[in-house]
Ligand binder design. Sequence first.
Ligand SMILES: NC(=O)c1ccc[n+]([C@@H]2O[C@H](COP(=O)([O-])OP(=O)(O)OC[C@H]3O[C@@H](n4cnc5c(N)ncnc54)[C@H](OP(=O)(O)O)[C@@H]3O)[C@@H](O)[C@H]2O)c1
Length: 319
Amino acid sequence: MKFLKFPYYCLDYRHPMENVLITGGTGLIGRHLSKRLKDSGYSVALLSRKPASNSGLKVYTWDPDSGAIDPEAISTADYIIHLAGAGLGDRRWSEKRKKEILDSRILSARLITTRLKETGRRPKAFISASGTGYYGSATSEQIFNESDESGADFIGEVCRRWEEAAGEAGKIGIRTVIIRTGIVLTKRGGALPRMALPARFGIGSPLGNGRQYVPWIHVDDLCGIYIKAMGDQRMSGPYNATAPEHINNSRLMETISGVMGRPFFFPAIPSFIFKILYGEMASILLNGSRVSAEKIIESGYVFSYSDLESALRNLLCER
Ligand SMILES: NC(=O)c1ccc[n+]([C@@H]2O[C@H](COP(=O)([O-])OP(=O)(O)OC[C@H]3O[C@@H](n4cnc5c(N)ncnc54)[C@H](OP(=O)(O)O)[C@@H]3O)[C@@H](O)[C@H]2O)c1
C-alpha cells in the first residue's frame, strides 16, 4: 500500500520540537547543556554578546548593558535558561569588576523579563542559574537548605539580587526555577583541571586550613537537573544543585591525588598566600559550608554521581 511508504511512525506527536534559549550558552555549563538538550531532541539557540559561535547552533545577539536584544530570541523560546554572567573567579574583585559581576546577571535577567512583559510571550519556564554562594562564604558545620537566608557578603548579595531579578518572571505567571549551583566539575575547563594541576606533578595539597566545605556537582548531573526543571511542572523556586556527599577541601584535594595515583603529603598552602594573590576573591577558595541536596532528591532527581570518587574517576580517568 502506497501510504505506508511514508514513515509516520517517526513523527512523535507527543513531543513537538521545543525551542530552548540559553543566555551565556557559550560558556562552560551552556556548552554541555546545549549538547545534552540537542541530543534529547530540543532545538537550542544561544543568546550571546557575540554574533558567531562555533557551536553550530542558532545565535541571537544582545547587549544587556545597552538593553539591546534580538526580538526573535524571546518570541520563539519555549524555555529560557539564564546562565549569563561575568566569571566570579576570573580576576580580582575591584569595585569595577564587582559592578560587572552584578550587572551582567541582573541587567540581563531584567532585560529578558521586561521583554516578556512587553510582548506578552509566556515561555513554559524560566530557569536561572545562581550559586551556593547565596548562603555566604563562611566555614561552618551548618547544612544550608533553600529556606535559609542569603549571606551578607558580596557573593551572597550577588546571588540574592540575581534571584530577585529572575523572580520577576514568576510575577508574570511564568514558572521560575533557580538552580543554586555548587562548583561544577567537568573534564575540560572550570575548576577541576586547575585543582588537579598540582596533583599531576605530585604536589597536591589542601588550600588554607583545608576544613572549608566544597559543594560540588558533576556537570552531567547539573545538566540533568536543568532538563528535569524544564519538564517537571511541580518544580518552582530555588533548588540546590550539589552532590549529596559533603566533602571539605582537604578531602577533595586528597581524592584528586588518589584518583590520579599521585602522592598527597605536601603541607597545606597557607591562606595568606591566596589573600595576597586574589584579595577578597580568595574567600571563594578559603571558605565554604555544607549545602543540602535533599530538596532536589525529594523532587525525584537521581544523581548519576553522588560520591566524589566516582565523579573524579569519570572526569579524570575516562576518555
Ligand atoms: N561553573 C561553575 O562552577 C558555576 C558554579 C556556580 C554558579 N555558576 C553560574 O552559572 C552560570 C554559568 O556558568 P559557566 O561556568 O558556564 O560560566 P562561563 O563559562 O563564565 O560563561 C558565562 C557566559 O556568560 C556570558 N557573559 C560573560 N560576561 C558577561 C557580561 N559581562 N555580560 C553578559 N554576559 C556575559 C558569556 O557569554 P557570551 O560571551 O556568549 O555573551 C559567557 O560565555 C554563571 O552565571 C555562573 O556564575 C557556575
